[in-house]
Design a protein around this ligand. Structure first.
Ligand code: ADP
Length: 163
């Protein structure tokens, strides 16, 4: 059984993430979505809120999905869930350098686990959780970037009601 791991912060989960999950799910028998605690990014949503949102948004995927929290070294976590692939989404050049370096370092740590890069649908590529939060906090419309339940969660979190 081929198991893939898609790690991220998902603060919050966007349509870009969901597109990568849908594409990645076609490549594996089971996809583990690893939600990092990532205190260095000071997430808007708690770990439990992010786990719940990812689980809620991934009920209708083409393969078995498991959503798990992790706060260890990525490659150790990948091994512990039996993953042979780490899936990452690539957005234009901005992601490239960081992802290139991460994939290279992870090759050193375990050459048996491959990092696979996927591109989201062209229309969804500019979407980033950071910008979704920034736009929402300034009163902008984020409905093209997240699902309606996530939209509601974001507005509730930043103290604005959904118009
Ligand atoms: P972000 O980078 O937005 O804070 P995450 O850390 O949760 O989000 O990202 C997890 C993975 O999903 C990373 O590989 C990231 O590049 C990828 N990703 C996020 N948004 C998109 C998108 N719109 N298109 C393609 N990949 C994406």
């Amino acid at each position: 059984m081929r198991i893939g791991l898609y790690p991220g912060t998902f603060d919050p989960i966007t349509l870009g993430h969901m597109d990568i999950i849908r594409r990645g799910a076609k490549l594996v028998d089971k996809l583990v979505i690893g939600v990092t605690t990532n205190p260095s990014k000071s997430p808007l949503f708690t770990l439990d809120e992010r786990l719940a949102a990812v689980r809620r948004e991934c009920t209708d995927m083409p393969t078995e999905i498991e959503v798990v929290a992790f706060d260890t070294l990525l490659i150790d976590f990948a091994r512990s869930v039996g993953a042979s692939l780490i899936l990452r989404g690539l957005r234009a050049v901005a992601d490239f350098e960081y992802e290139y370096q991460m994939a290279g370092m992870n090759q050193y740590l375990d050459n048996g686990i491959e990092t696979v890069f996927l591109m989201a649908d062209v229309a969804l590529q500019p979407i980033a959780s950071r910008l979704v939060k920034e736009i929402a906090s300034l009163g902008g419309d984020i409905s093209k970037f997240v699902t309606p339940p996530v939209h509601k969660d974001v507005l509730a979190k930043i103290g604005r009601s959904k118009r």
